[in-house]
Ligand binder design. Structure first.
Ligand code: ATP
Ligand code: MG
Length: 272
């Protein structure tokens, strides 16, 4: 693919983005882009700034400076609810499901929160009711899709870690976003549920949305990513296909280590 196609095809583009906490520069990214319709993995060592970058892009944290566009609109500095309403929705590294609400109520709340306050004037009560019914139907449909239909009336607090990640994915999809950002979707998820989750993430892409996800498991990265971006110490140090990025000496040095580099590029001596 040509460089032009890459630029034209970006759904999210950031320039000169910086965020420091006191003297610690958590994010200092010259250029960051996510191609429309791709599954893009964001990798890098602990503390590289991946979550902070997510937080800034989605309006949960302010940038010291930087500009970013989503779907060719300048959304720099927009508050989180407005970014979500524009179609860019994220999940959290630690799932935020509300433990004392049912699984279905959690789904419905995701739609309402992202819809924002005051969207439906009180006078349009009839419309509101229709909207409530539509949201509930969408919630039920998505719970079936992520495999949590049986748990719909259980307290979210009774779900396993893996089931909470599935709930997070379902919640993120309540408003039909065009970009879904997942922070470590498979962390703490058992292998069977991980497969289910990856399958669902692929379907999100196949249905036309774009997925950006933070991941430490390189098998997961290799199996579902179209593109991989590696951060270290706040900056982007490499990007390309999974094969290109795992073979990049800077990535091996900063993150994967020599053994992974060898495993990624088998020699005639066989695996070590
Ligand atoms: N609210 C905060 N206040 C102070 N320092 C912070 C804050 N949030 C993040 N940091 C620091 O910023 C750096 C980047 O953190 P961040 O959580 O973005 O890394 P990460 O790449 O997501 O790491 P991990 O893979 O462990 O989740 C770290 O040094 C972290 O300690
Ligand atoms: Mg993180």
């Amino acid at each position: 693919m040509s460089a032009d196609a890459t630029t034209n095809g970006a759904i999210l583009q950031a320039r000169g983005m910086r965020r420091a906490f006191g003297g610690l520069v958590a994010v200092d990214v010259e250029s960051f882009s996510v191609m429309r319709g791709s599954i893009t993995a964001l990798i890098g060592p602990n503390g590289a700034g991946k979550t902070t970058l997510f937080n800034v892009l989605t309006g949960f944290e302010r940038a010291d400076h930087g500009e970013w566009t989503f779907d060719d609109r300048d959304v720099s500095g927009w508050p989180a609810y407005r970014i979500a309403r524009a179609g860019m929705v994220r999940t959290f590294q630690i799932p935020k499901a509300l433990a004392r609400m049912s699984v279905l109520e959690n789904m419905k709340l995701a739609a309402q929160t992202q819809r924002g306050e005051g969207f439906f004037p009180a006078l349009l009560r009839r419309l509101w009711c229709d909207e409530e019914a539509r949201i509930e139907a969408r919630g039920v449909e998505l719970l079936e899709w992520v495999g949590l239909a049986k748990q719909r009336d259980d307290y979210a607090g009774t779900l396993s870690g893996g089931q909470r990640k599935l709930l997070e994915l379902g919640r993120a999809l309540m408003t039909n976003p065009r970009l879904v950002m997942l922070d470590e979707p498979t962390a703490g998820v058992n292998p069977a549920l991980t497969e289910q989750l990856l399958d669902r993430i692929r379907s999100v892409r196949d249905e036309g949305a774009t997925v950006l996800f933070v991941e430490h498991d390189m098998d997961v990265v290799g199996s579902i990513s179209d593109r991989v971006i590696c951060m270290a110490q706040g900056s982007v140090i490499a990007e390309g296909t999974a094969a290109e990025v795992v073979a990049d000496p800077q990535v091996i040095d900063a993150y994967l280590g020599e053994r992974h580099g060898e495993a990624a590029m088998p020699t005639s001596e066989g695996p070590t």
